[in-house]
Design a protein around this ligand. Sequence first.
Ligand SMILES: *Cc1c(COP(=O)(O)O)cnc(C)c1O
Length: 465
Amino acid sequence: MTAITNHLPTAELQALDAAHHMHPFTTGDELAAKGARVITRAKGVYLTDSDGNEILDAMAGLWCVNLGYGRPEMGAVAARQMNELPYYNTFFQTTHVPGIALAAELAELAPGTLNHVFFAGSGSEANDTNLRMVRTYWAEKGQPEKSHVISRKNAYHGSSMGSGSLGGMTAIHSQGGLPIPGIHHIGQPDWWAEGGDMTPEAFGLARAQELEAKIEELGAENVAAFIGEPVQGAGGVIIPPASYWPEIQRICRKHDVLLIADEVICGFGRTGNWFGSETMGIEPDIMTIAKGLSSGYAPIGGSIVSDEIAAVINATEFNHGYTYSGHPVCAAVALENLRIMREENMLDHIRNVAQPALTEALTALGTHPLVGGVNQSGMMASLPLTPHKESRASFAGNAGDVGYMCREHCFANNLVMRHVGDRMIISPPLVITPEEIDIFATRAKIALDATYKDLKAKDMLKAAS
Ligand SMILES: *Cc1c(COP(=O)(O)O)cnc(C)c1O
């Protein structure tokens, strides 16, 4: 067996990757032809690739490395836990200290009566748990027909059969027979793209009222739950108008429909509070967590559920769980992540330092001729690109071509800024400093200028009619 190390030439690593490694959400053949960028190490907000480039990661990996990379405390805790108890399960009347401590900590952090945690290995798994749990909850209460779940188009809740069905992405639904039965999708609160001439407030209300219409169509006695991200992440950092969530909450209460807040991105500081539900002023019955729970240092997710739901589920045998539910090493790493966040007053850093600096940088980028506006909630933001600011027009060519172009310019300038369609997406590590935000802004401006120049040269600065 060859030893494969950082010291192999980049081309060799890329060839082995192309030969044997299948990538998520990627056209493998295209990537193989181009060669994947090999990331070899990371520290703070910077990644280093196999050619020695230092890349500013304005996406915190996949929205998860909230603490930044390379925190030695995290590695130390993982090593200690591996030596003490690398694994034990929680299925058969056993438990372990990291699982106990993390569940207790999450119960304390989570708002309201959300005092009980069912662990999973990821956000997708946790949402699969939620789907089975809400259906089981109503069945145990003698209403097995109350089983339908309503979500939104363009939502992202994971890519397993259950969570991919809960999500509302057409690209995911187009493969593998999704969505599974009993899941329905209403319109998303994306005023920028879909609000037309309505005010954001009126549009937010109208989109929330689609929930009531759908519940009435299905019959409230058949609807178990509604699921939504407080701020849609993968869909394009879509921040709903202020009118949206209070109306959703009102409708769920009125029709006795459980509210599941998917906090996988919004949780653990991203929006400036511990949870996005607090930022949006909602009181969910279940919260899905993952990503920032461990800052991505170890794979762990879960569902934090209310006293009421736990009382019903705990009264029966819930035939559900994962080998790695509450994995002791992952739980220990998550606990250390939360300890550091508290000790370093991460919420204060976000509110008083990072968020204002990001607002300033984005406001300046917002004056760029290609940037139609600035959407920001705490430390997640999007910059929709447009050929015409006033009308919020989309480009005449294929949706996403311009965003892709801009992302490639970012990458070439050692900046990770993602695109969703023609929207540029930012979700940096929460520890980012104002100086690092300046570097982000400088590189982003270079990429926007280069994109603008390309569009002019290729005569692509045209609005779709
Ligand atoms: C990433 C994500 C998930 C899925 O989490 P995985 O750990 O990738 O399975 C679910 N919900 C939201 C909102 C996400 O952003």
